[in-house]
Design a protein around this ligand. Structure first.
Ligand code: NAD
Length: 503
């Protein structure tokens, strides 16, 4: 990993400020046939980064056809050893071009470079090597069976690639979440058509250069840009040549994607929204709980699907916890991505800022105590055009208030006291969502007991966002369908054929 500590060149002068392009059959396409497209706007200062072409059905169809041809051609015939060797090269080339990826990601998202340099880009590269062992060591079941004639039969499972996979990804961790799907997809022999978020087109485009450089055959990795409904996203999920759709994004879009995939009975893997609880018991290590909750609420300006928006604190330590989280929030420095002192960047864009600020207003209308924040910070003139909001903490809202029940996806949380373990388990589970939870306690038995009762896909004890990529990742209830990660990715990215041989 090439995490550099030297001063970085200012993003105002970055070579990453350029037009995005579709990447279809190994070629960069800067203009769609329709001529449609839009400007990519930088979230920290409102400046124009470049032009993004919007794909119509024509570009989507060309990308799906290229993916199909690659599947039936060189990629489909390549040995798993050669395939995974190429993917290791992809990871190495991302690391060689670390700064290019870092600048592109920070221009698109506005997030601090210190964060992207430690999470987004290294993980984006690691996603290509992580699944190579899984691909090389796929094990399947074998069942010898008796038959009336006494000769018997032998059953065994064969896994083969699912085919052309549509990958639809969000803007909060663009490279990381996109490669989280492209990595296993390609390692297991599929080809992909990626539709990155309309707000973050750059790193998906850059990855096309990497694919060409290391010699991944044309058509294996394709990218089409554009929006969701009635645009590239919908055209891709509806395309009959797509064999499966893997999606990370909001629950609302997930429902639409599932409907589109129902035509033709295509499988989906859905990683959706959440309203994740943090549970702080009085027997916790308070320093760890504060440090972890600071990250789970405010990291990436609160735009992390796994982030905490509901914090439940046991009554004896409630006041101390609220005071210390307040101090932490007020100590966060908002600033430019390049500044190593920056602790929090802006929201992704103006539309999202309006949404987050509407919840800030609803909290006040609902009678919340605003512990800190609640508005728009004053920023220096050069950043005034960015989508900034204050880190915000509330207390005192009823459990059924929209701020406590709906995903806001901003740097904010509501903190509520509780008394008993049973009470807090009920509060934590009282939501349509079920993505993640973080539990803070030094009592070992309590930790295991509570984890087993929480209706979530991922439960952290005394940590948050600590990820072993071999483990199952995904959400319960309205937070998703299916699990990805390690061998769990086999379920979506491969199709199993049972071979029954009569002896
Ligand atoms: P979004 O649902 O608005 O968009 C995600 C992607 O889907 C974008 O590329 C968008 O263009 C596309 N899209 C939207 N509607 C579509 C449609 N009808 N057909 C095809 N494509 C469509 O989500 P967002 O605002 O980009 O991201 C934030 C959301 O993502 C939050 O709800 C967050 O919780 C969720 N998220 C979940 C995870 C997870 O792993 N569970 C991870 C990150 C983000």
């Amino acid at each position: 990993m090439n995490v550099q500590t030297h001063p970085r060149r200012p993003l105002t002068e970055s070579a990453a400020r350029r037009d995005a392009a579709h990447f279809i059959n190994g070629e960069f396409v800067y203009k769609s046939a329709s001529g449609k497209g839009y400007d990519n706007i930088c979230p920290f200062d409102g400046s124009r980064i470049g032009f993004v072409p919007e794909a119509g059905r024509e570009e989507v169809d060309a990308a799906v056809q290229a993916a199909r041809a690659a599947l039936e051609g060189p990629w489909g015939q390549m040995s798993v050893v050669e395939r995974t060797r190429l993917l290791a090269e992809v990871a190495a080339e991302i690391n060689r071009r670390f700064d290019d990826f870092l600048e592109a990601e920070c221009l698109d998202t506005g997030k601090p470079m210190s964060l992207a340099a430690h999470i987004d880009i290294p993980r984006g590269a690691a996603n290509f090597t992580m699944f190579t062992d899984v691909a090389k060591t796929i094990a399947t079941e074998t069942f010898p069976m008796p038959t009336p004639d006494g000769a018997g039969a032998l059953n065994y499972g064969l896994r083969r690639p699912r085919g052309v996979i549509a990958v639809i990804s969000p803007w909060n961790l663009p490279l990381l979440l996109m490669t989280w799907k492209v990595g296993p997809g390609l390692a297991l022999g599929n080809t992909v058509v990626v539709k990155p978020s309309e707000s973050t087109p750059l790193t998906a485009t850059l990855l096309g250069e990497v694919m060409n450089k290391v010699g991944v055959p044309k058509g294996v990795y394709n990218v089409v840009h554009g929006f969701g409904g009635n645009s590239a996203g919908q055209f891709l999920t509806e395309h009959k040549g797509v064999n499966g759709v893997t999606f990370t994004g909001s629950t609302k879009s997930g429902e639409q994607i599932m409907l589109a995939a129902a035509h033709g009975i295509r499988p989906v893997s859905l990683e959706l929204g959440g309203k994740n609880p943090g549970i702080v018991f009085a027997d916790c290590d308070m320093d760890k709980a504060i440090e972890g909750t600071m990250r789970s609420v405010f990291a990436n300006c609160g735009q992390v699907c796994l982030g905490t928006e509901r914090v439940y604190v046991q009554r004896p330590v409630f006041d101390e916890f609220v005071a210390r989280l307040k101090a932490g929030a007020e100590g966060l420095k908002l600033g430019r991505p390049e500044d190593p002192a920056t602790g929090m960047g802006p929201l992704i864009h103006e539309v999202h800022r309006k949404k987050v600020l509407s919840y800030y207003a609803k909290a006040v209308e609902g009678g919340a105590t605003v512990v800190t924040g609640g508005g728009v910070p004053e920023m220096p003139a050069e950043l005034a055009g960015g989508s900034w909001v204050q880190p915000t903490i509330w207390t005192g809202l009823p459990d059924d208030h929209a701020v406590v029940t709906e995903e806001i996806f901003g740097p904010c949380c509501h903190i509520r006291p509780f008394d008993t373990e049973e009470e807090v388990i009920h509060l934590a589970n009282n939501t349509p969502y079920g993505l993640a939870a973080a539990v803070w306690t030094e009592n070992l038995s309590r930790a295991h007991r509570v984890a087993a009762k929480l209706e979530v896909g991922i439960c952290w004890i005394n940590s948050w966002f600590l990820r072993d990529l071999r483990t199952a990742f995904g959400g319960a209830k309205a937070s998703g369908i299916g699990r990805e990660g390690g061998v769990h990715s086999l379920e979506f990215y491969t199709e199993i054929t049972n071979v029954c041989v009569k002896l």
